[in-house]
Design a protein around this ligand. Structure first.
Ligand code: 4AD
Ligand code: MG
Length: 463
């Protein structure tokens, strides 16, 4: 007997082959003298049909136990299927039931459940068709990301999760401490005495690995970091998580144009890869979740993204015949309704918006000639809004020092970062891709909580 994953059996197994299959029962149909069981092991959308005749040892007792949700093993032989819907099936010679699932209490019975309900059983929802497809696509996206960068000679670097610096300067950080919260040590003037804390200074969960990725890029030229990032922003939307994964490449000797070119090629690569590796799952999303999923993927792969400056975008928005909730004027940040108008109504494709006003962007972005804007770029996508945020970095020591001061940050705390400009500075650039947002974009899933196995959002950190 050869143990095989179900995806492989469905793809290539031939009649008369002996196989061992292990997985969880999706459905069971008991007929006179035999039963059908659909088994799924997570390797594919499709389940494997197993036919069990009543002459299989302990048939009566075992079939009773093999209910939806039970974990099972079958030894058997591949036969050409008589029924519709599958090429082959397995004729069982023996069954083993590892663990039963009581039909009265197992929540995943064969009916459609709402995503809201499934979120309350996050420990079981991965056994459904939808979440099986989401997490296989998520895995393919992650693999595509590594392939893309490795093929181009980028080094994968690991940036810290605990940090002392607020990269985005937005003050949305979770504190990391081992203080007893009922007895926080105080200094004489009643400030928190961080000298007694674990790291002897205030520390946080990182909002971005960028600053440390810049350090590594100044030695290895092209690097990327891919890990969890954390934001304590109280945004209860379908696009925000408090814990999300970010991919951040950083390139030495790179300007904004090259940064955008890489980001565009990167998104195209991920889409192409997933279309190739997960055709069944993508078909499922198109049929069941959002019937524009396949057309969107084609559009991404085959068309150039639109590129406009922030100043042009503001002009277009001012001219637009739409009542926006938030008014637009030069100098204010674009809201998601504005971004969506541009990429959904006007251009109908991902749009790269560049050169934002300096005062609304982070301290590290390179000041443009006009000294009003910075070399920033955001990629906004239909239905999702911002999917990538990036920039060319300020490589000039004096300009960077002024920007740090202007944003009310402390130069001493960033002395290591400024050293990169003191010693062998180079023009460099990078970007951050919100990993869950790309999975959402790809699958058409409406809520970001449904593309990460264990979502963390305001008031919610279950499992
Ligand atoms: O635009 P952001 O804040 O950029 C940075 O953090 C830079 N340091 C990146 C860089 O240049 N290396 O975040 C980057 C991306 C956003 O475009 C968005 O896709 C995603 O991260 N993102 C979130 N995704 C889910 N939930 C949230 N709360 C997110 N905040 C940002
Ligand atoms: Mg951003």
């Amino acid at each position: 007997m050869i143990e095989k994953r179900i995806a492989e059996i469905l793809r290539s197994a031939q009649p008369d082959e002996s196989v061992t299959v292990k997985g969880w029962v999706r459905t069971k149909r008991e007929l006179k003298g035999f039963s059908f069981i659909e088994v799924n092991d997570g390797s594919s959308m499709a389940s494997l049909q197993v036919v069990i005749n009543e002459d299989v040892p302990d048939y009566q007792e075992l079939i009773k136990k093999a209910n939806t949700g039970a974990s099972v093993e079958f030894d058997g032989v591949i036969v050409a299927s008589q029924g519709k819907g599958q090429r082959i099936e397995v004729k069982a010679k023996s069954i083993l039931v590892y663990g039963e699932a009581d039909p009265e209490t197992y929540p995943l019975q064969k009916k459609r459940h709402s995503f809201e309900f499934l979120r309350t059983i996050g420990h079981l929802r991965s056994r459904t068709n939808s979440f099986g497809a989401v997490f296989r696509v998520r895995n393919a996206c992650a693999t595509a990301i590594h392939e893309f960068f490795q093929q181009r000679g980028f080094m994968w670097v690991h940036t810290p999760i605990i940090t002392g610096s607020d990269c985005e300067g937005a003050g949305e950080m979770f504190h990391v401490t081992n203080f007893d919260l009922n007895k926080i040590p105080r200094t004489k003037d009643n400030a928190i005495d961080y000298s007694q804390d674990f790291f002897a200074k205030p520390t946080y969960l990182t909002v971005s690995g960028q600053l440390e990725a810049e350090v590594m890029a100044m030695a290895f030229s092209n690097v990327y970091t891919f890990g969890p990032t954390f934001r304590a922003e109280n945004s209860n939307t379908s696009r925000h998580l408090a814990e999300f994964w970010m991919v951040e490449p950083e390139m030495a000797f790179c300007d904004l144009k090259e940064d955008m070119d890489l980001a565009e090629a990167f998104l195209k690569y991920i889409f192409n890869y997933v279309m190739e590796k997960c055709p069944e799952d993508m078909e499922f999303f198109n049929q069941r979740i959002d019937n524009t999923v396949l057309a969107t993927a084609e559009n991404i792969i085959n068309n150039q993204f639109e590129r406009i400056t922030y100043t042009e975008a503001v002009k277009l928005l001012e001219k637009a015949d739409v009542e926006f909730e938030y008014p637009v004027s030069w100098g204010t940040d674009l809201q998601s309704e504005h971004e969506r108008y541009l990429c959904e109504q006007l251009f109908k494709k991902p749009t790269i918006i560049t050169n934002y006003p300096a005062q609304i962007k982070a301290f590290y972005m390179r000041l443009d000639e006009d000294e009003k804007t910075v070399s920033a770029m955001d990629i906004v996508a239909p239905k999702i809004g911002e999917i990538i945020g990036g920039s060319q970095r300020e490589e000039r020591l004096d300009v960077l020092q002024k920007r740090i001061l202007a944003q009310g940050m402390k130069e001493e705390e960033l002395s290591w970062y400024l050293d990169l400009r003191r010693f062998g500075t180079v023009p460099h650039a990078g970007f951050g891709l919100g990993f869950e947002r790309v999975v959402q974009f790809m699958t058409g899933m409406g809520n970001i909580r449904d593309v990460i196995p264990f979502p963390r959002t305001p008031q919610s950190a279950d499992f």
